[in-house]
Design a protein around this ligand. Sequence first.
Ligand code: FAD
Length: 384
Amino acid sequence: MDFRLSDEQQAFAQAARDFAAGELEPHAARWDAEGIFPRSTFTRAGQLGFCAIYAPESIGGLGLPRLDATLVFEEMAAVDPSTAAFLTIHNMATWMIGSWGSDTVRENWGPALASGEKLASYCLTEPGSGSDAASLSTRAEKRGAAYVLNGSKAFISGAGDTDVLVVMARTGDAGPKGVSAFVVPADTAGISYGRKEQKMGWNSQSTRPISFENVEIPADCLLGREGDGFKFAMQGLDGGRINIATCSVGAAQGAYEAARRYMGERKQFGQTLAGFQALQFKLVDMLTHIVASRQMVRLAAAKLDAKDPDASSYCAMAKRLATDLCFQACLDGQQIHGGYGYLKDYPLERLVRDTRVHQILEGTNEIMRVIVARQILEKGADIR
Ligand SMILES: Cc1cc2nc3c(=O)[nH]c(=O)nc-3n(C[C@H](O)[C@H](O)[C@H](O)COP(=O)(O)OP(=O)(O)OC[C@H]3O[C@@H](n4cnc5c(N)ncnc54)[C@H](O)[C@@H]3O)c2cc1C
């Protein structure tokens, strides 16, 4: 077992670190405070391939393994988890379109999404169906050569700012097998966007509800076949969970580095904070939990790349572990900063606010346990 990154992977991570230092870090606090969605930054990320890291090369993606994608997202999240997390959602939706889109859809949207010229949202959650996503009620009815969508979605990241929506809607009976996935241009007649949600964090990306009223789209906007949608949505989320977990790892790494620096600078009782064993232990626990989370995330990414039958469980465990441990690491980094950690002059309070939602979305951490419990108790999976 070799845990080292290859020279190419290290160079890729360095490119992401440079991008994060030049394009994200100087602006992250202002984007957060003013709720600015940095559209042109995503276009520049696209020029480096960061908008379609694991999407197929046939649409202009890099076609790289998930593990390589984590290297990029981690570096970005270390300075701006909110912007990095939106980039992960765009990558997930772009991968879905590149993997299962019709020729027309792939030609129309693929290159523009891969280059970051256009951006995508992923639309699964509804006002009445969150954790129980398979109970969604937005309907898509086939009428001649078109589908007509009616219903509503809630909590959609990027909604109102993105160009295309990957929408899960019901074409059949109740349950997961009645769900299909569609690629819907965001400005199609009949789509309306609700109020921008006021959030604790993730402020550099909008979150809005969406309504669909007799929204007509060509039949070739269907991803795969009717009834494939829930399976596709869950496959998208396997990777999405690795990505969100990675954003927590990155943020915690940022908090750790800030805390380590601060402990060497700040003096109390005639010595630097670095001299207090209580804080040394806190810092070491932060580091331990970050390293453990990173390795778990990379293991899950490798399982997903290898199409391991238990990959979904590994992704769920990695998401649960990393988002819990790394949120705590961000809190610990804030605690080490004392009162200054509570001020917006330092990034700690933003890292805390931005990573809290990682325990809630792309499946709550309770649902991550439900997924693994089903596998080990109902299906008898031998996961070790
Ligand atoms: C900022 C933000 C951005 C988001 N972006 C997107 C997006 O881009 N696209 C999208 O589709 N969705 C998005 N979501 C939605 C997100 O995925 C859901 O909020 C999440 O899945 C939880 O659903 P819910 O809010 O309806 O909570 P509920 O499902 O109502 O859950 C409430 C509580 O009950 C618990 N619970 C529910 N069922 C069980 C169970 N079986 N066992 C134990 N506990 C259970 C949950 O864990 C939770 O603690 C976003 C959410 C937020 C906050």
